[in-house]
Design a protein around this ligand. Sequence first.
Ligand SMILES: NC(=O)c1ccc[n+]([C@@H]2O[C@H](COP(=O)([O-])OP(=O)(O)OC[C@H]3O[C@@H](n4cnc5c(N)ncnc54)[C@H](OP(=O)(O)O)[C@@H]3O)[C@@H](O)[C@H]2O)c1
Length: 329
Amino acid sequence: MDSALVIGGTRFIGRHLVNDLLGNDYDVTIFNRGNHDNPFADTEGVTHFEGDRTNDSALEAAKSEVSPDIVIDCVAYEPHEVRAATEIFADVDGYVYISSGSAYATEVIPKRENETELCDCTPEQATDDSHDSYGPRKAEGDRAIFEAAERGVNAMSVRPCIVYGPHDYTERLDFWLDRVNEYDRLLVPSDGQNLWHRAYVEDVASALRIVAEEGEPGESYNVGDRQLVTMDEMLGLIADAFETDVELVHASDRELSTAGLSVDDYILYRDYPHVLDTSKLASLGWESTPVAEAMERTVAEHLESERDGSEHDPGRESEERVLGVLDTI
Ligand SMILES: NC(=O)c1ccc[n+]([C@@H]2O[C@H](COP(=O)([O-])OP(=O)(O)OC[C@H]3O[C@@H](n4cnc5c(N)ncnc54)[C@H](OP(=O)(O)O)[C@@H]3O)[C@@H](O)[C@H]2O)c1
């Protein structure tokens, strides 16, 4: 049986990855600080190694204890962490770094791995933990992967777009799930045709394993749902999964401004489409879950959870005012 070391592993992507690896006959060790509950505490085939990934000796100790065949790195947020990990795990069969679709610098449709420019990263950005430097830091991590592969390391990266599904602690989609579940009329920013590519979390998990097994060293692989849906279509899928109907009321920026709102107040709204080409990953044999099925599983777990996405709420009272204004037009 092959062994996998997952750096992270207890929250969202890593949690689904552990399940995917178990289902594909891996012995799994999760490496984390133990600050979050371990959902695999009683799961056969999963061992916990406590350590902080910012401490190289802890990663070295995990390596000598586990001798992993593959390593999947869920928590590299600064490029020096990728450089250290590719040194420590230089002789494994596959090391996969989770990068991001945010690593792309230019707005083109679609963003392609070997064509679309990556963000630059200044030395200051490389170690600051702000939201603004997230894309540059992820891109610099990708460059660390390319350099490691030049030295003969079996290192690859995976670039997910926005990830959704069960246990999503960002609660981005939960905001819309809650809206559909609670209201009959929904205010939708702009014309509902905006595209922000999303990736179902179980498909991100399988992508990470498949890239570790089949990927080419020094290559990056985008991951996102093969069927890309607009915001209106996403809301339709959510309504179907709740077995309900909702009326979608579109509001322009000018109409929203009557109640002090703007299109940018809405989570998962983005003016310019963000679309990733996923054909390179598909050529390795990866497939994505049909979107209706992915949404049904997402809704089922949302209902069991206490998440409501309220941190992303632009304010229902203001929305009611906009709906009132639109009714009079
Ligand atoms: N969600 C998205 O839409 C999206 C999109 C693109 C890319 N990504 C990337 O996906 C990755 C995040 O995935 P996730 O949070 O879902 O993964 P996860 O592996 O399920 O959860 C994060 C894990 O990392 C551990 N951890 C955090 N800091 C650590 C440290 N210093 N040392 C050791 N362990 C540490 C946490 O446990 P402890 O706190 O107990 O240590 C937890 O187990 C990131 O690389 C992010 O950039 C996410």
